[in-house]
Ligand binder design. Sequence first.
Ligand code: F6R
Length: 355
Amino acid sequence: MRKEIAEQPDAIRRVLSGRLEPRFSTTHLGGLELAARELLEAKRVKILGCGSAYIAGCVGAQLIEQLARIPAHAEPASEFRYRNPVIEADTLYIAVSQSGETFDTLSAVQEVKRKGARVFGIINSVGSTIARECGRGLYLHAGPEVAVVSTKTFTSTAVAFALFAIYLGRLRDLSAANGARLLAALSALPAQVEAILAQEDRIATIATAFAKTRDAYFVGRAAGYPVAMEGALKLKEVSYVHAEAYPASELKHGPLALIAPETPTLIVLPRDDLFSKNVSTIEEIRARRGPTYVVTHPQPVPVPVDGVIEVPKSEPELDPILLNLPLQLLAYHVALQRGTDIDKPRNLAKSVTVE
Ligand code: F6R
């Protein structure tokens, strides 16, 4: 897991390789095989995947809505296939999978195709079953991911969604200036990830607080929420600490009852329009004597917290990609301190090829 976390700067370089088109402030996605006219006809985007692939889809849906201003939504493929979903010809479906073999995602793709809608894949494993079933899409080229939990493919998938969202945005209303701004930010990501990885010792120190607990909470708002979801999933998978993610605004509708001095909360705190709202969330947790840890951008946090992890600032739309990185290292170090089998967590398989 640690090796694959460390490979992320190169993995991002490979997703980006040959796909930036600075001349037109857009991206070039050869494998999509969807004409501009077909993409323009799409009224909605629906993203399907399982586990971390689904959560990467949640990041992708927000990117598509922000940059292309078209409704986009992610749903666990495992749920979608069982609920007799309404499948519409003017919805564009995207299947996400590292292995390309996840049975639930494959079944969802087959259902979409059977009902005549367009689907493409964002897949890591070249020539895999889902990649072949989709017949078109983007390969991540993140390289083999051997540890059971997804790290570099999660990040690479989010970057691939950014490429697609810029492409779709530039077909629609995204200005050339905004396209250029995002291309520059994408190119800066690998070096920024390296800067985050260099903080590993500090993250390992913060991990001690999470290694001692039975329960932990991860909260984020809007684009920060999928970051919280992925942070909680990673922690529970490798360390077996019970970790739950909540949208920050939902805390007061129930989960606040669980905040206590022995229960740490990780708050995703980007420097964005919602900063002061997220600071209020920290205050709500502190008022219940809950320990608070934040992953944030370099600038002082205006309220006392128990620990701070800083990530470099990107453009607001791409911030979630970097905010997630320290949470992978956090999960890894909590697991290391608790002595679990990090690369092969109990009860989990790398590729879930059964129903
Ligand atoms: C999380 C994890 C799983 C997978 C899920 C989908 O760390 O590894 O949740 O993301 O089983 O797998 P793929 O992407 O192969 O379809």
